[in-house]
Design a protein around this ligand. Structure first.
Ligand SMILES: Cc1ncc(COP(=O)(O)O)c(C=O)c1O
Length: 397
């Protein structure tokens, strides 16, 4: 039998997942560039900063000291203790080391939370635009995704009213992401207070993905919904990680924090799938939590300058409608006046102007595209120039 033939059906849940489109567009742009084309990409989902030296040194020291063996499935107690202290001090989340599960990436932390909570028959509210992995994770459990469309005028944040309208007797979970990928929206505290009250009233769990919390601009502040009281804390799994704040995407380290009953289940799932995260990576992460304020401040202010620059350039393109993001490193302009769906728009932009951006469709927003400003100013300028030419030509055609 040929390797391409499929003798049996795959799983109706996990076997239906599709590869992440953000990764495939980045790969197409890279392969065009490798074949000699002058391609510019504004599609990256990771900071363009190197991991700080003190973090690398800690991992190297750990390796040299023979830190190469299995660790506990939920991560080392010392690291969990530091994460618990960080969540208490910085985020106001009341937690302890036993309630922390360190995982190979925040993506896996979101997945284990969703997978331990959800089953066929459950509904999960995932406000659109959403990070494209959430609906796939929900589908993997056999649960159903319900996606109310948020509005640009609310910075793409779900209002408490929208949340209440989406709740049914089957609603198990709400997935929140603040600051947001792809919109850069940051939930105002009042929205979170309203959402928390409703979640408690209707007994809905919350997964709060706060991976971009350090990248927040214009004096806005990050609020962790789990900090808003005991009752909401008892229903929230807070997810965070090291990828974005410390520019450690390739290290693969994230974590979740939640009430004991669910954390025990997440630990069990992790113990039978990945086991503990990489030993010496945990040593690097532990150091990251000690001494990284200067690095983060520099990266944050660099991103804020680039945001101002890219936002200005995009606002000058008259056919686009652009909301100013308040966090993360993405801008999510509306392209609907140009008459193309987002996939066609992104495909033609790459083919005709050699500029890679991410179409909004997999984020649940087919009228938008996602641009990343995790690039040097020259690349941002050149990319915006190509986008402006493309939009002007389309608008004139
Ligand atoms: C909203 C969001 N959550 C989680 C992740 C994944 O983080 P990690 O690299 O820790 O798996 C990403 C990465 O792009 C993200 O955008």
């Amino acid at each position: 039998m040929a390797q391409s033939e499929q003798p049996v059906k795959t799983s109706p849940t996990l076997g239906t997942l599709q590869p992440s489109l953000t990764l495939s567009i980045t790969a197409k742009a890279k392969s065009l560039a490798a074949s000699g084309e002058d391609v510019i990409s504004l599609s990256a989902g990771e900071p363009d900063f190197d991991t700080p030296d003190h973090i690398k040194e800690a991992a190297k020291e750990a390796l040299d000291a023979g830190d190469t063996k299995y660790t506990p499935a939920a991560g080392r107690p010392e690291l969990r203790q530091k994460i618990a202290a960080k969540l208490q001090e910085e985020n106001g989340v009341q937690t302890n080391a036993e309630q922390i599960v360190v995982a190979p990436g925040a993506k896996f932390s979101v997945f284990t939370a969703v997978a331990t909570l959800c089953a066929p028959g459950d509904e999960v509210i995932v406000p659109a635009p959403y990070w494209l992995s959430y609906p796939e994770m929900v589908r993997a459990t056999g649960a159903t995704c319900v996606s109310p469309a948020t509005k640009a005028e609310n910075n793409f944040c779900l209002t408490p009213q929208q949340f209440e309208q989406a709740i049914t007797s089957r609603t198990k979970l709400l997935i929140l992401n603040t600051p947001s990928n792809p919109t850069g929206g940051v939930y105002p505290r009042e929205f979170l207070e309203g959402i928390a009250e409703l979640a408690v009233k209707h007994n809905v769990m919350i997964v709060s993905d706060e991976i971009y919390e350090k990248l927040i601009y214009a004096g806005r502040e990050h609020t962790s919904i789990a900090s808003l009281g005991e009752e909401i804390s008892a229903r929230t799994i807070t997810v965070n990680g090291f990828s974005k704040a410390y520019s450690m995407t390739g290290w693969r380290l994230g974590y979740s924090a939640g009430p004991d009953w669910i954390v025990q289940k997440i630990k069990a799932l992790q113990s039978h799938t990945t086991s503990g995260p990489t030993s010496f990576v945990q040593a690097g992460a532990s150091r990251a939590l000690e001494n990284s304020e200067a690095f983060i401040q520099n990266m944050r202010s660099t991103f804020e300058e680039r945001l101002a620059c890219m936002h200005q350039r995009l606002s000058d393109i008259r056919s686009l409608s652009v909301t100013k993001p308040e966090g993360a490193f993405y801008i999510f302009p509306d392209i609907s006046s140009l008459g193309l769906d987002s996939m066609t728009f992104a495909d033609r932009l790459l083919n005709e102007k050699k500029l890679a951006v991410i179409p909004g469709k997999p984020f649940g927003a087919d009228s938008n595209i996602r641009l990343s400003y995790a690039y040097d100013p020259g690349t941002i300028e050149k990319g915006c120039q190509r986008l402006a030419e493309f939009c002007d030509e389309l608008a004139a055609s």
